[in-house]
Ligand binder design. Sequence first.
Ligand code: MIG
Length: 797
Amino acid sequence: MKTSSIVSLVLISSCLAIAQLSEHLGNFKQFQKTEHGVLITADNAKMLLTMYSPDIIRVRVVRGEFARDFSYAVVKSADGGFSNIEEDATGLVASTTTLKVSVTKNPLRLHFLTKDGKPINEDDAGLGIAWQGTDVTCYKKLFPDERFIGLGEKTGRLDRRGSSYVNWNTDHYAYSPKDDPLYTSTPFYIGLHDRLTYGIFFDNTYRTTFDFGASTDNQISSFSAVDGEMNYYFLGGQSVAKILEEYTYLTGRMSMPPYWSLGYQQCRWSYYPDAEVLNLARTFRQKKIPADVIYLDIHYMDGYKIFTWNPERFPHPKEMIDTLKSLGFHVVTIVDPGIKIENGYFAYDEGVKNDYFLKYPGGQPYIGSVWPGRCNFPDFTRPEVREWWGKSFIHLIEPGVEGFWNDMNEPAVWGQHVPDLVQADYEGGKSTMRQAHNVYGMQMARGTFEGTESLFHGDRTFVLTRAAYSGIQRYAAVWTGDNVPSDDHMLLAVRLVNSMGLAGIAFAGPDIGGFSGDATPELFQRWLSIGVYTPFFRNHKQNGMKRQEPWSFGEDVEEVSRAAINHRYEMLPYLYSAFFQSYQSGLPVERTLAIDYSFDEQVYWDQYQNEYLFGDNFLIAPVASTEEYDKVYLPEGEWYRYGSDKLYDGSTSVVVESPLNDLPVFVRAGGIIPLQSVVQCTRELPSDTLHLHVFFGKTGTSFMYYEDDGKTLDYKKGVYHKRIISFNPGQKQIVLHEAEGNFTTKFKTIDLILHNFKSVGQVAVSGKKMSLNADKQNGNIKHVVFENSVKEIVVKW
Ligand code: MIG
């Protein structure tokens, strides 16, 4: 993070190490074509340029021979080849249909250019790629107006220029808004300059460092690893959304999550015994505060032994969970990677018998102390171990657990980290924790996901993880670890989730209320109201801290909390459609304004950098719990304050009221927002009327509406209901296009709600004239109700 600490690290290491000058690529010697690209030989290194798509070029560089080609992150293979390769005395130009890769020869340097020759990203002319010992670094030219966004769960500003970051999954209890590294590593960032965009994914699981001009007087940005290959993917899509599509093409996208996991989730370390859990569930129902999930933190286990139940606290888990299910709740239990060393404990015995645990060179199992005491740790980088781990969830699934919370998987052990030389299989690569550390948690989540999905026989599973590496979105949702109850942290959490969305992780969220301490009632209310507009919506609190159920702060807060959570449930049709977008294109649910308004500099200003779009049409302006007014930047277009429908011009900032019961939320003019009636849990059917809100705007828009059974994997076989809804002010019509797929929608009736359609008094619905009913409170809101149909419905005014 801080330049000073980096400088001192460099000083220390250069004092201790034997003097060693850096080694460089040298000059170009020759090239040859390969199946999907070119192999270049330089004086001191080899470089492979490989095409994955016309916009995606992979760069591999080694001094000796290329190692085995293996990635935990990338799910796609090379595809296609350069359409043209030209060589002359000074260089080589390899073109795709959208990009040019120019290789200059003396010395060897790479330049990524647009088709018409504008530089998008270039190696630093002086340094290029260099090694020091096993360390490898790629130095890039820093453009004067260049900004950097992304890198996942990283503190600091939205625009990361001037900062540097380390990727090393770390259990960072009560991290400060400046600390680094945190729990996850997603070595992928997006660069922006001269209205050009690109992405760089450095697929190296060793400890990596990204320096965005922090240490070089604004001349160079760089990324480096302590070992392994220089192995990166250059993504050349010309918009942030396009780059996210490309990144998730490479590293995969999330599956549709179980519908219930979009609901409100209540957690605490820990709710126990069973009577308390049941009481909690009943209280939600009595108080009519919607909720879907109750978490069991570590106290549900017998002596913290994974896959066991505490016989005193939870003597009859199945009966308890059956009752919870009858109340419409789903249970998620925590699991840690540490397996207690105890003869007779089945998971330990099986692990020893089958040699499943991480070992020191020489064969002694690695021992670390965690909650259960001294533990061994499964080697999740071995397929058989993941399979065994996955199958063991039968002990939780039989009694009815439906979701699996993977904690401590950095992995965390008391007072230390697993020594680097501990050996890990690394998918047959026979490596050490130096390389495996950053993927350990992801592979635990993978074992959990694959095992539980197969135990559910065709139903969806839900996994939540703390540690992660790129590609984690294929297996799990991610929460942002042990945060702190403060306004700063609440706003940081927004940036973390926004930034994780820029790293392919669409299903993410923080501990609402702040984990490691007591929230003030004001902070809790504000945080909950932001949580409504967060993909993963969970309230969690550390043991020993005050209770933090929505009713724990007295009746006023309870009232506001109920209204906030009610709104989350009304929003489910809209939200589920946003998740579908992520599943299809990798666009996150929660989107920093830098995605759609990448070259609007105000988006990056400190006071506005936390703003985001939630789905296509809501703009959320998070604000501290202490602020009664908020200065909000509205990007281009026009925006309605949600709730009052007050209309604002965009491309300017406005000061608006921000009381605790009314977070500044805006709707894009032209925005289409489908809502349903309030339900107490996702299982409860809403009324059969879909409230389809359309906010008048000057330009046309469209919205992809999506529904499926929320439970099975049948959506992958076309069992869904999907339709485009478009608003066209020029043609004066709203069209619900013919629905696709063979799932029957829940909604028999459409209540079309027109906002600010000023002079419109009646409409024709598929040719039939119907009058509009003005809303009692706001005459500018008008309704028309008609029957839903899978056929096209045209509403004209
Ligand atoms: O050492 O399971 O981040 O959410 O409540 C702490 C107890 C272990 C850390 C997790 C937190 C969880 C807690 N865990």
